[in-house]
Design a binder for this molecule. Sequence first.
Ligand SMILES: [Zn+2]
Length: 60
Amino acid sequence: MAEKACKRCRRLVKGNMCPACKDSELTKNWRGVLVIFDPESEIAKEAGITAPGKYAVKIK
Ligand SMILES: [Zn+2]
């Protein structure tokens, strides 16, 4: 099953609701995978990500 990306936080979601936002605003139109292990890292800060997980780099 293809993952969808949350339009709010860009987290990749397998179900129909983002577990972080409790939101069902998901899209299949996303590109690139960003895996965040450390939310304190520069990459996470630059991307505005505050929790570890898999995220889409771009959402259309
Ligand atoms: Zn979300």
